[in-house]
Write a protein that binds this ligand. Structure first.
Ligand code: NAP
Length: 285
């Protein structure tokens, strides 16, 4: 199996490349230098003959997207469309990644694939536009919506929290009003390959089993590190004063379980694996 990974230098793209190596699949990796989705003809000229393309490339700066709307849409929507056009023409399967933030967060139950997206900020609008662009170009694309991720790179909330604990920046300021099902990107990468094996198309949600607030996540992180530290519970809006965000982004992963027979581990297990991998990689404990 030969898989092209677009955005291979990012948080998920790099874990996906590693998961391919472990699974014995041949990954052709495309950093932005090798394939810039915003450059006309870049996809057409660079895309090799593969069975699947997995699009991990994204304009990920949620705050930045508010004032860089054109750039966000260029990558998240038009870049995704360019991939879909080439994949459909050449009979290549496309997996495109989207996010739980396409929903407004007003639902108290986990979001199902049948729920109506209602983006509340520019980044989420650009991600939903990307989903529509991909689905509008024919073929049999698979759109995978993801929850908040954490892993070995990127400026994720859990990574910032871990850095604050290590640097003893106390009290830890942690949002108390956001409910999430955060997943370890290594586990998500493995789940994406399970979807490839299944050959799925359409839309599917992925999420770690269970849900928590970031305060609960922070407490679990401290406990597993054997540390005690004061936590100051703050509103999520403290961190993102200029951007409205959904406060509930838990996704219902039942369809994923039915399709693949697998489930992502719970967020606590994801957290434990992440910490173990981080310590093994030599980060100061
Ligand atoms: N991280 C999360 O918490 C989260 C949550 C839900 C959904 N997702 C989705 O999951 C996917 C992967 O996210 P991630 O966290 O791995 O993202 P990331 O760490 O920000 O990585 C994004 C990748 O896209 C590349 N990229 C940016 N602009 C590009 C362009 N014009 N052409 C080609 N490549 C470009 C980046 O390259 P450079 O490094 O050179 O900029 C980087 O390799 C995205 O679709 C994201 O929306 C992520």
């Amino acid at each position: 199996m030969k898989i092209a990974i677009i955005g291979s230098s990012g948080l998920l793209g790099s874990d996906l490349a590693a998961a391919c190596r472990r699974a014995g699949a041949l990954a052709v990796e495309f950093s932005r230098e090798k394939m810039d989705l915003t450059q006309p003809g870049a996809v057409r000229n660079a895309l090799p003959a593969v069975s699947w393309v997995i699009n991990c490339a994204a304009f990920s700066d949620i705050e930045g997207a508010q004032h860089q709307r054109a750039q966000a849409f260029a990558v998240n929507s038009e870049g995704a469309r360019a991939l879909a056009v080439s994949c459909t023409r050449r009979g290549i399967r496309l997996m495109h990644l989207s996010c739980a933030s396409v929903f407004d967060g007003h639902k108290s139950l986990p979001y199902k694939e049948s729920d109506e997206p209602r983006p509340v900020n520019v980044h989420a609008l650009s991600k939903l536009a990307g989903e529509k662009a991909v689905r509008g170009e024919g073929g049999k694309p698979l759109i995978v919506r993801l929850p908040a991720l954490f892993g070995s790179r990127g400026k994720t909330f859990p990574a910032e929290l871990l850095a604050s604990i290590r640097e003893k920046r106390f009290p830890l300021k942690v949002p108390a009003d956001e409910t999430v099902s955060p997943a370890y990107s290594r586990h998500v990468a493995e789940a994406l390959l399970q979807l490839v094996s299944h050959g799925a198309s359409g839309i599917v949600h992925l999420g770690a089993h269970g849900r928590c607030t970031w305060v609960e996540f922070a407490r679990a992180l401290l406990e597993r590190m054997g540390q005690e530290a004061p936590i100051e519970e703050v509103p999520a809006a403290t961190f993102y004063p200029k951007t409205e965000r959904p406060l509930h982004t838990v996704l219902d992963a039942q369809r994923f379980r039915e399709w693949t027979g697998h489930a992502l581990p719970g967020w606590q297990q994801g957290l434990e694996c992440w910490l173990a991998d981080t310590q093994e990689a030599g980060a100061p404990g």
